[in-house]
Ligand binder design. Structure first.
Ligand code: GTP
Ligand code: MG
Length: 195
C-alpha cells in the first residue's frame, strides 16, 4: 500500500469525541515509550506527524490521523504509568478500552511490544484481554535496532511461548525499527489486508 497523504485529524478523550465519518481504522496500543508515535511517523514517512517524546506517558489522548483521506491510524494512550483503569481486567486507559470494544469501524490493532524486554505482565494482560474480547490484532516488536538480531530473536521466541502459544488464528508478528525502517513494508501489507 502507498501512503499518499497523512494528516492529523483530531484528538479525543472518549469515543463520543471521535470522528463521525465511518472510515476504517487501525489502532496502535502499547506501553508508554514503546514507540507508538514513532511508528506512525515511520509508516507515514513524516518526521513530526505524531509527537515523539522521551518522557513516557505524553500521549494521553486518542489521536486520529487521516491516511489517504479514506482510512485512519489511531494512536491510543500509552499504558503502564500512572493513568490506569480501575478494573482488574486490563491495566489500560478506560477510553482505550471503550474504543477497542465499541468502535465498529476498527479493523485491527497493532500491539507494540518492546523487543528488548522480557514479557511484561501488563502486556500479557492486554493480550489476554484482546483475545477474550475477540479484537483482531498483530504484534509489532519495536526498537529492534537497539540490540543484536539474535537477542531480538530470543526475546520474540520467549514472548511467543508465553503470550501467543495456541492462539487460533495465530496473530501476525512483525519486527520493526523506527530508526532503520525495518518492518514498514510488512506492517503496511498487514494493514492493507485488514482494510
Ligand atoms: P507515549 O506516547 O508516551 O505512550 O510513547 P510512544 O509509545 O508514542 O513512544 P515514542 O514514539 O514517543 O518513543 C519513545 C522514545 O523511544 C523516543 O525517544 C523515540 O525516539 C524512541 N524510539 C521509538 N522507536 C524507536 C526505535 O525503533 N528505535 C530506537 N532506537 N528508538 C526508538
Ligand atoms: Mg506517543
Amino acid at each position: 500500500m502507498k501512503i499518499k497523504s497523512a494528516e492529523f485529524e483530531t484528538s479525543a478523550t472518549s469515543i463520543a469525541q471521535a470522528p463521525r465519518l465511518a472510515q476504517p481504522e487501525i489502532a496502535l496500543i502499547g506501553r508508554s515509550n514503546v514507540g507508538k508515535s514513532s511508528l506512525i511517523n515511520l509508516l507515514t514517512e513524516q518526521r513530526d506527524l505524531a509527537r515523539v517524546s522521551d518522557l513516557p506517558g505524553k500521549t494521553r489522548l486518542m489521536n486520529f490521523y487521516s491516511i489517504n483521506r479514506n482510512w485512519r491510524l489511531v494512536d491510543l494512550p500509552g499504558y503502564g504509568y500512572a493513568k490506569v483503569s480501575k478494573t482488574d481486567r486490563a491495566d489500560f486507559n478506560e477510553a482505550a478500552a471503550a474504543y477497542l470494544t465499541g468502535r465498529t469501524q476498527l479493523r485491527a490493532v497493532l500491539v507494540l511490544i518492546d523487543s528488548r524486554l522480557e514479557p511484561q505482565p501488563i502486556d500479557l494482560a492486554l493480550l489476554e484481554w484482546l483475545v477474550e474480547t475477540a479484537v483482531t490484532f498483530a504484534v509489532v516488536f519495536t526498537k529492534t535496532d537497539k540490540q543484536s538480531v539474535s537477542q531480538t530473536q530470543t526475546n520474540v521466541a520467549r514472548f511467543r511461548a508465553v503470550a501467543l502459544d495456541g492462539l487460533d488464528p495465530a496473530p501476525a508478528i512483525i519486527l520493526s525499527s523506527a530508526k532503520t525502517k525495518a518492518g514498514r513494508t510488512e506492517i503496511l501489507r498487514y494493514i492493507a489486508s485488514r482494510l
